[in-house]
Design a protein around this ligand. Sequence first.
Ligand code: HQG
Length: 178
Amino acid sequence: MDLVGLSRYISLLLRHRPEAAGITLDEHGWADVEELLEGIGRTRYIDMAILEEIVRTDDKQRYSFNENKTLIRANQGHSVPVDVELPQTEPPGFLYHGTGENYVVSISEKGLLHRGRLYVHLSGDMATALKVGARHGKPVIYRVDSGRMSADGYVFFRSVNGVWLTKHVPAGYLTIVS
Ligand code: HQG
């Protein structure tokens, strides 16, 4: 059973393209679990036990059920405009962002933009940022002066799976550290 492949497909549906399986998300990003199982079932095998296994074992804890497991949503990472009710949270002094070296020139001009997603994604530690950056080629890690940003009025959110999110990081708050 290719749980990782299924999880990737679920990410696509719950963050970016619910219509690919004929499902809809409500304003808070929730999908109906039965509808999701039925939608996925059109092209691959899945049942509730498998879905529960994916949610439980996902390496980044990407998904949450509601209490009675009738609804499911992605915790963060959306491109579709939903409000997953992220708590606004005071960031630590520094956060990190990993990217590919090809983006460095543009980032030095425009700062970090959220591009296709709703937010710029930041990590609490360099090891995670390195993994994220490696998805985009030779990795470059930025340290984000989040403490100063917060003092300057920028707002941060923390997803239930520990990813830090903000709308834009101007270049003046960025330092390349590796
Ligand atoms: C870059 C994964 C040029 C940005 C990870 C990034 C993460 C710019 C890319 C989550 C730029 C967007 C998000 C600018 C930003 N000019 N490039 N001005 N500003 N960029 O995939 O942060 O496995 O949308 O540096 O773990 O890589 O999907 O964002 O390289 O938490 O759960 O534009 O996705 O999680 O790429 O990754 P992405 P990301 P999942």
